[in-house]
Design a protein around this ligand. Sequence first.
Ligand code: ADP
Length: 400
Amino acid sequence: MKIIVLNCGSSSIKYQLFDMTGKETLARGLVDKIGLHGSYIKHEKNHSDPVRFEGEIVDHQAGIEFLLGILTSKKHGSLKSFGEIDAVGHRVVHGGEQFHDSVKITPEVIKKVSECMDLAPLHNPPNLKGILAIQELLPDVDQVAVFDTAFHQTMPKHAYMYAIPYPLYVKYGLRRYGFHGTSHRYVSQRAYQILKKEPCDIKMVTCHLGNGASIAAIHCGKSVDTSMGLTPVEGLIMGTRSGDLDLGILIYVMQKEEIDIHAANTLINKHSGMLGITGISSDMREIEAAAANNDERAILALEMYYYRVCKYIGAYTAAMNGLDAIVFTGGIGENSPKARAEICKNFGYLGLELDDSKNKQLHGKEAIITRDSSKVKVIVIPTNEELKIAEDTERIIKGK
Ligand code: ADP
């Protein structure tokens, strides 16, 4: 089965073509600057050097038409014709309370995804554009939607409710939904395989630490809590997002600086987090380098970052009444031995024994980085949301 996975953003589309027989990536790429000057496609066939195609890409449909042309071209393609495409899987950011699992796309599903627009005004509209473009260009091909929020729909009500007037929940669906669900699901399922354990034997915390970051408590294979909320701004300190904040600060700054809602949104989403504290960068590599050069704000930002993750792991250990494994993923979780060591430092009382040399030597692959005697296992697992989307697409299409 050949499956295309699409992740449509406001001005870009990430794509991957899978052959599900060996779960192999045949091609991948990025359509960028859609509707802007200088639009292009960067295409990589079979892990070979990327090729760049320039051309005017006015909208998502034009971008998808362009990439389908490349995928079927003689020189750069991996498919003989469109007929070889069995299905398309889409990342859809917000599924609200409607979707607990991935679903085959039908007119009813499109209607429900549209109803979730208000909850993710930046993400759901381009996701939907991708779905409609495929309907137009490949009308006979099945499509599946895989939601970032779906995995966290198992959270109990006491974990997902906010202490605001209850009618606001009823009227607008204001509650914690959580994001990165496909990543948390993928790495937790890999962790069961690596540890050779059944899901109900393991109380696990998964830390997805990338530009955006979230953490999840998972027991019996189900998300029981997660740090992102109604929007992806809640929880951990991120590259440019504040994470948890006293709401009073926002009201105070809006009054004092006389800024409107748009500017307040930019403040907490784009100008805060590691960038806001350091004033240098949102990029962890640059911040670690600045801290190594004794930059005080970089050192402070790192201490705050690790501290916030520690607090969440502690809270989730309490939420699950125990902890057997911690998983690190995302650009920082996969690549920063320093971050992993600093975060794990505070769990000695739970019997966590990090193996320093395993932690330091690891680069971009799966491994357990605790000593054999460690009661809490720590595992690094590179995430692969695209593969999970392709697997879900195959499962749903085959009706399993
Ligand atoms: P996104 O959320 O955009 O998918 P990624 O998961 O790629 O982001 O993570 C990006 C983050 O990972 C950046 O802060 C980057 O600095 C960090 N990162 C990547 N490699 C390293 C490394 N070797 N050491 C520390 N941080 C790293």
